[in-house]
Ligand binder design. Structure first.
Ligand SMILES: *[C@@H]1O[C@H](CO)[C@@H](O)[C@H](O)[C@H]1NC(C)=O
Length: 330
């Protein structure tokens, strides 16, 4: 009997582990984990202290940044995107250290690209390491739901050997560190950021559709903040924790069941991958495994225009500021 109970207990613990659930991870009040980055009163903390609205109007976008720098961890937020006409609007939930390392910064990005009415938002993921902004590893996806209708959970798992992006606990992308990637794999402490900004020049079909301020303000809603990582001293850049905090609720990899879900997501919803972009990469990057069927399928989507805008974090912010000035002088 005791053995039977123990067996059930072990089985349950195992199921929790492999399910990749983060439900039990503590969510932080905004003020305990984050600070406002820019945007004046376009950032609003709700009364419960656990939810934040950031908005874009003709004056400015808005954003916030984590109070701590982290080396590796599990970072998550529930996000509800603005509805209706959102072409040119970009909402980003990402990690970066661009403010500390101008020339050699790292980045891990979730970017949400607005769309014209009746067309859904698209998600883009990307990483940069050691200032390798000329080597983009972008992927874009559709979603199996309308992200402006409800809150959904978006998560970055970053370890020494891999990066996994999750949507509602389904892994959508796994990046394994390879030797050939060298410094391109993010390896220095980063902060978490969330921003909303005017990406008219590139966001929707490479800038074909601009932000239309007739529909402003565009409001992105954030909640359920999880910042579960190893915080690092910003001056010495040494970890404040001896080992990264372990939790049974932080996945350490992708279970076979999760992998099946990821593969079926990618078969259906992947719309662009740098691995198949022969315009940018004559020879695919070394980690790419090319599937001819996938190449055929991806050709059915709009080609994506990159370039024109420097993707460096702090430049992005500068650009946002000059946009703000442009907008107010019009
Ligand atoms: C990072 O980039 C610099 C020059 O851009 C290079 O000297 C250095 O070796 C790189 N570091 C890694 C870990 O690749």
């Amino acid at each position: 009997m005791v053995n039977f109970r123990l067996g059930i207990f072990i089985l349950c613990s195992f199921l929790v582990l492999v399910s990749g659930s983060s439900k039990k991870l503590q969510t932080l009040p905004f003020d305990e984990g984050y600070s406002q980055l820019f945007g004046h009163d376009n950032l609003m903390v709700l009364e419960d202290g656990k939810s934040v609205h950031i908005s874009l109007d003709e004056r400015t976008g808005a954003g916030f940044v984590s109070q701590d720098l982290y080396l590796h961890g599990y970072f998550s937020a529930s996000i509800k995107l603005p509805a209706d006409y959102t072409a040119g609007v970009v909402v980003a939930f990402y990690m970066s250290n661009g403010d500390m390392f101008e020339k050699s910064h790292d980045e891990i990005d979730f970017e949400f690209l607005g769309n014209i009415r009746a067309k859904n938002w698209r998600i883009q993921t990307n990483i940069y390491g050691n200032g390798s902004t000329n080597v983009g590893r972008e992927e874009r996806y559709g979603l199996w739901f309308d992200p402006s209708e409800d809150f959904h959970q978006y998560t970055i798992l970053w370890t020494e050997s891999q990066i996994i992006f999750y949507v509602d606990n389904i892994p959508i992308r796994e990046i394994k560190r390879t030797k050939a990637m060298g410094g391109d794999f993010p390896s220095k402490p980063m902060s978490l950021y969330a921003t909303i900004w005017d990406g008219s020049s590139w966001a929707t079909n490479g800038g074909k559709y601009k932000v239309n301020y007739k529909y402003a303000p565009y409001v992105a809603k954030f909640s359920d903040f999880v910042l579960h990582g190893c915080a690092v001293d910003p001056i010495e850049l040494s970890p404040k924790c001896d080992t990264a905090p372990k939790s049974a609720f932080v996945p350490t990899g992708i279970s076979p069941d999760q992998r099946r879900k990821m593969e079926s997501f990618r078969k259906k919803y992947l719309q662009y991958s740098y691995c198949y972009d022969r315009t940018r990469y004559n020879v695919p990057l070394s980690e790419c495994v090319i599937d001819p069927k996938e190449a055929d399928r991806l050709q059915g989507f709009d080609p994506v225009t990159f370039g024109g805008v420097q993707r460096h974090h702090s430049k992005r912010r500068r650009q946002r500021q000059s946009r703000r000035e442009d907008a107010s002088s019009e």
